[in-house]
Design a protein around this ligand. Structure first.
Ligand code: ADP
Ligand code: MG
Length: 248
């Protein structure tokens, strides 16, 4: 039997007094790939930010159980140390901080141990080759002047270096061409090794072709209203979210 990693029970989240998540339930076991789809404004990014403990998103009810522990009260940095990682829909540009420095510092912070320069360089090069990223990116300022696709690849690189137990990817495939989507999918697959789990939030089917998710969930109006497999994603591709409109 696979081990439970995340169990979200009846989650309600507010942003500035407005309730966005309205009783969301979701269970993720180690080794699984889950996909969340849903119309604009359904609360997908809100779920991602709530899982990462963004201060603007307040849990008013329900529980987030991670590795058997209620983590509702943990801060973002504490959750990151426990192996939760969020790839943002809109990565920030940070002038003055190079990609390699950022990654090395992140790794040291998350693991709580110093990261040796030589082995880090080697690992970085290996992961960048895998993601078909030019080595010069490592020396550029984080996301500054990066194309949409490069920013997303950079998020995947960060994930490959940090090796989180739970990776949440919010629209990591948007703005990517087909080749880049394949690369991102490969990066994601590398991580799905039986000990880790991945939650992908997406609008598109394209990345799903390469990922073979275990579950596809539909999020409408702050709740998961249906769970299925790839057939559900294909159905949505053809028919849109019309069939869930009674949930609105
Ligand atoms: P999705 O990612 O599914 O498109 P979001 O989670 O971004 O949806 O947004 C859900 C709802 O919450 C929307 O109505 C949006 O306007 C609102 N919302 C999201 N972020 C904020 C914020 N920082 N302040 C106020 N309202 C927000
Ligand atoms: Mg969103």
């Amino acid at each position: 039997m696979s081990e439970k990693l995340l169990n979200i029970k009846n989650l309600h989240t507010r942003i500035e007094e407005k309730e966005i998540l309205k009783g969301l339930d979701l269970e993720i076991n180690k080794g699984e790939i889950h996909v969340i789809m849903g119309p604009n404004g359904a609360g997908k990014s809100t779920l991602a930010y709530t899982l990462m403990s963004h201060p603007k998103y307040e849990i008013s009810e329900g529980e987030i159980i991670y590795e058997g522990e209620n983590i509702n009260a943990l801060r973002a940095d504490e959750r990151a140390k426990k192996g939760i990682f969020l790839s943002f829909q809109y990565p920030e540009e940070i002038p003055g901080v190079t990609v390699d420095n950022f990654l090395r510092t992140s790794k040291a912070t998350v693991t709580g141990e110093p990261v040796k320069m030589m082995s880090f360089r080697r690992e970085l090069k290996e992961k960048m080759d895998l993601l078909k990223m030019d080595e010069e990116y490592a020396r550029r300022y984080l996301n500054v002047g990066f194309s949409g696709g490069e920013k997303k690849k950079n998020e995947i690189l960060q994930m490959a270096i940090l090796k989180p137990k739970l990776a949440i990817l919010d629209e990591t495939d948007s703005g990517l061409d087909v080749d880049a989507i394949k690369v991102v999918a490969e990066g994601v697959k590398l991580l799905a090794d039986g000990e880790r789990a991945i939650l992908i939030i997406t609008h598109h089917n394209k990345i799903l072709q390469y990922l073979e998710p275990d579950y596809v969930h539909v999020l409408v109006n702050g709740r998961i209203v249906k769970t299925g497999d790839m057939a559900l994603a294909r159905d949505i591709e053809v028919n849109g979210y019309e069939m869930f409109k009674e949930s609105l």
